[in-house]
Each structure stands twice: as structure tokens, then as C-alpha cells.
Design a protein around this ligand. Structure first.
Ligand code: PSZ
Length: 498
């Protein structure tokens, strides 16, 4: 972080305060307690987004990467602070999307800057270990102090990884190794060793992982076979012979469709059981099942506590590993540190994978799923220790500032505001829903949803799209009531233009 950042924050705060009150927003410049000092009072727009600077940069980046189809605008990290992202053109935007749900406590949070500035951390920032082979002496304590303090109840083992996809990829591998160990009941035979080098059975067993329609678990080549949210992620790529079950599509409001939703969930559970039994009978067993607590990329699809309890029960009864993908839902996004805490399971999932707000990728797992030998789950970096130090600052901030209460309060305000909006614009908006600040509302068509997101952006609010026609909120954990009110104010103006 350059030494000019403090000055820039102040400039940002003042400039925004002026333009925001000029724009006629009614947000009190005093009284509200900010969780990040000097944070802006509200958005301030100088240009459309993308503005001229972003457009120019886009051309330059395209010359180098030829892969800018998804880049919308460029970000200025020096000037961004708290819940406000500043773009390359100097636009200040209230960020309720946070780099696809990945900034836990906002931009340039003082607690994270302290970690970066601490001379005691210099060596670990300057030198990167190949963690699976040569970790630094403080590493076991760091894992204990950081990742194990927030471990899901009942899980005591953790492996770090580089990203969400490689977390799922390796959790899956550990599940396959576990399955094979049990099936074989002893060490690998000479035939196993010979055939595995030739892509043949029995060394390479025809195992699979069961995933759900609408699920998203990453884009590496094995994870891609579990990912079913958009065709563009899969088109022209070979996938593995992995089965897929339907995920319940619930009708809203939930309390008016209890019977229908229960029937829908039962239908999906029945399919899960049939697939697992069918595959086993045909000699191609399902070794694991993977599920998101709320399908994020697939369109913010929720299911009931009972659905997840039944899934775990089916896994247990059929000897299938139960992997819960908390890459997007983890780290307090849904109001509990792990979304699956809300299910009150009798025993923990076999694996819980994470990344995004956790800053490091990785997964927790039960003892019985530990790899059977060294070098089975391995790559060069296997994680990045400075990210653990940053995560430690996040965890401390969550506790110190009681961000659980902040998320709860923001959740209530945002969901209620979206419900009011949908009551006002029933021909454009539907199905407001969410847990914590993992919140969404549907447009009544894909075009409507896209128009809401794009118009909101030009008015200074960043939200995202997912599924076919879903508008989603993925703010940082420091998104307070006042930020919700600004967001709702902007959305009201957006809808008034429809
Ligand atoms: O288009 C993409 O590749 C996107 S857009 C959002 C994501 C990926 N989310 C990543 C993700 C996730 O939401 C869940 C539930 N599981 C796994 C992943 C993969 O994480 P990364 O992107 O870190 O590999």
C-alpha cells in the first residue's frame, strides 16, 4: 500500500460527501457509526461505468491477454475503502458484490493493513514456501490459531489450497482414496500400480461424484464435471462420467407452498438415492456427493434444513462421502460462520470446503478421510501463509466489531426492503430471499435482471447476476444498515425508471 493511501481516503470521503448530498440522497452525514474510519458517505459518479479510462485500459489489456470478455471496468485499490470501490475513472461505487463474494471486511481495512505493515510478517510476505514439503516452523501454530478456531463443529483436520476449485478437487481426491481403501481392504497390488499408469482399471477405478443441477464447484477439469450452472463454462470441453441429480426449485413465499416444496424436495432426494444405488449396481460407484448450502452461481437456490439432513442420511447409509461446498457461503455470509451450522446436523459433514471470504482456499475433513500416504494430495504452493495472517485479522475483526450482529441487522433491512420493492413492482421483481447478507431477488426475465444490475451500477451500486434472472447481493461483512438504505434508495430509483 503506497503512503499516499491515507490522503486519498480523505479525499474520497470529502468528495463523495459533497456530491452525494448534491445528488439529493437523504442519508445523514453524522450519527451513523462507521466500522471503517473515513469511509465515504455514499456513491459518487463522474462517468458511466465503464468510463473512458476503463475503456482505454480494456483495449490495452486485450492486447496482452486476449481474454477480457468478462472485464467490465478497472478498479483502483489505492482509493477504495470499506464498502466503497473506486474505479479507474474515479467513480465511487457502493460494493454489494465484492469481487464475487470475496472481500470479507471491505477494502483496505485497517486490521488487514496492520498485518501487511507489521515488520514481524516481512519474511513470510517476502518468501513463499512449498507448503507440502517445506513449511516454516510457525506453520502448525498458525493453522491452529487461525483455521482451527473457526473449524466447523466436530472437524479438527484442515488442508489449505490455492482456490475454491482446487479445494473441491482435492477434497474429492481424498474421498476417492478413502473409498478405494475400503473397497480394496489392503495395499495396492502390482496390477493396480501397473494399470493406473495406463488410465485403466483397476488402478484407475470408475468412481464418480454426484452433484446437482444448477450447482457450481469450480472450473478445473474434474470440478467442471460437477458444475452445471451455465453452458459457457462447459461448452467444447470433455467432462468425466459423473452423475447429476435435480436440485429443488422452491416456490415462494415459502409459507404458502409448504406441501408443494416438500414434494419437490422428496422428488430430488429420491433421485439422489436412485442414482447412488444404480451406479453401485452397475459397478461404477458414487464415492462422494457434493452440495452447496445455497446454490450461488446457479441462481441463489435454497433448500430446507430437512433436505440437507436427508442428504447426509442417504450418504451415511450408502457409504458415500458428504462434501459441503462452503466456498461462497462460508465466513459469516449467511449469518452463521458456516451456512451448514443452520442445519443442526447430528454429526459434521465429511468435508467442508472454503475459499473466497476465507482468503485462502482449503477444506476441513474427518480423520477417516486423511490421505493414506504422503504425496497423494500435493502441489507446489498448497496455499499461501500470508493469507492466513490476513484471515486472522478478519476473524479478530468479526469478533471485536460483533459483525454477526451487523450481518443480522443488514439482513433484516435488505430483505424487508426487497420485499417492499417486489410488492411495488410485481411485474418486474419476484422471490426476494436470503440468509444473512447472502441475498437475492429475481427479475421476471433475464433482460429485466440485467437491466436492474446495469442501471444500478451507473447510479453507484454494485450488485451481481446469477442463474437465469437472479439479482444477487454479496456485500462484505461490514455492510451496515446505512449501506442497505443507500442500496435500497438506488434500487427504488432504478425501478422508477422501468
Ligand atoms: O465464473 C466463475 O468461474 C465463477 S463466478 C463465481 C465463482 C466462480 N465462484 C466460485 C466457486 C463457488 O461459488 C463455489 C460454491 N464453489 C467453488 C467455486 C470455485 O472457486 P474458485 O473460483 O476460487 O475456483
Amino acid at each position: 500500500m503506497a503512503s499516499s493511501s491515507k490522503q486519498l481516503f480523505q479525499i474520497c470521503g470529502r468528495a463523495v460527501l459533497n456530491s452525494y448530498s448534491k445528488a439529493g440522497f437523504h442519508c445523514s452525514p453524522v450519527a451513523v457509526q462507521k466500522l471503517v474510519p473515513n469511509e465515504c458517505e455514499g456513491p459518487s459518479m463522474k462517468t458511466e461505468v465503464p468510463g473512458p479510462k476503463s475503456k482505454e485500459l480494456l483495449k490495452r489489456l486485450d492486447e496482452v491477454t486476449k481474454n477480457v470478455g468478462a472485464v467490465q471496468y478497472f478498479v483502483d485499490f489505492e482509493k477504495s475503502l470499506g464498502n466503497y470501490l473506486v474505479d479507474a475513472d474515479g467513480n465511487v461505487l457502493l460494493d454489494a458484490f465484492t469481487h464475487i463474494a470475496s472481500i470479507p471486511i471491505g477494502y483496505n481495512h485497517p486490521a488487514i493493513l496492520d498485518v501487511v505493515k507489521d515488520p514481524a510478517n516481512l519474511a513470510i510476505f517476502a518468501n513463499r514456501p512449498a507448503l507440502g514439503m517445506k513449511p516454516t516452523g510457525d506453520y502448525p501454530d498458525t493453522l491452529d490459531r487461525v483455521l482451527l478456531t473457526v473449524a466447523p463443529k466436530g472437524l479438527k483436520r484442515v488442508q489449505t489450497m490455492m482456490c475454491g476449485a482446487c479445494s473441491n478437487e482435492n477434497a474429492m481426491k481424498q474421498a476417492f482414496l478413502w473409498y478405494r481403501q475400503r473397497e480394496r481392504g489392503g495395499p495396492a497390488t502390482a496390477e493396480d500400480i501397473e494399470t493406473c499408469m495406463l488410465n485403466k482399471e483397476p488402478g484407475c477405478p470408475p468412481y464418480s461424484v454426484l452433484s446437482f443441477d444448477g450447482g457450481f464447484h469450480g472450473r478445473t477439469m474434474a470440478c467442471l464435471s460437477l458444475t452445471h450452472s451455465k453452458y459457457i463454462q462447459r461448452l467444447d470441453l470433455p467432462t468425466m462420467d459423473f452423475p447429476m441429480a435435480p436440485f429443488p426449485i422452491l416456490r415462494y413465499p415459502l409459507d404458502q407452498f409448504t406441501k408443494e416444496n416438500k414434494a419437490e424436495e422428496d422428488r430430488c432426494l429420491e433421485q439422489v438415492l436412485q442414482i447412488i444405488q444404480g451406479r453401485k449396481a452397475s459397478g461404477k460407484p458414487v464415492a462422494a456427493l457434493i452440495v452447496e448450502p445455497i446454490q450461488g452461481e446457479g441462481g441463489d437456490n435454497h433448500a430446507s434444513v430437512n433436505f440437507f439432513k436427508q442428504l447426509q442420511k442417504i450418504c451415511k447409509e450408502t457409504g458415500t462421502a458428504f462434501i459441503v461446498d462452503e466456498v461462497q457461503t462460508g465466513c459469516l455470509a449467511t449469518g452463521t460462520f458456516w451456512a451448514h451450522e443452520a442445519w443442526n446436523l447430528e454429526e459434521p459433514p465429511d468435508f467442508v470446503t472454503f475459499s473466497k471470504k476465507m482468503l485462502t482456499g482449503g477444506y476441513y475433513f474427518k480423520d477417516e478421510f486423511a490421505p493414506d500416504m504422503g504425496s497423494r494430495v500435493f502441489n507446489t504452493w498448497m496455499g499461501d501463509p500470508p493469507k492466513l495472517l490476513q484471515l486472522e485479522a478478519v476473524i479478530k475483526t468479526i469478533k471485536k466489531d460483533n459483525l454477526e450482529a451487523t450481518v443480522r441487522e443488514a439482513s433484516d433491512v435488505l430483505i424487508k426492503g426487497l420485499e417492499d420493492l417486489q410488492a411495488k413492482y410485481p411485474s418486474h421483481l419476484a422471490r426476494a430471499r436470503g440468509a444473512g447478507t447472502f441475498i437475492a431477488i429475481d427479475g421476471t426475465s433475464p433482460a429485466t435482471a440485467a437491466k436492474v444490475v446495469n442501471t444500478a451500477r451507473n447510479k453507484g451500486l454494485l450488485i451481481g447476476l446469477c442463474g437465469k434472472e437472479t439479482i444477487r447481493f454479496r456485500p462484505a461483512l461490514i455492510f451496515q444498515k446505512q449501506h442497505c438504505n443507500i442500496a435500497l434508495d438506488i434500487l427504488n430509483k432504478v425501478m422508477a425508471e422501468f
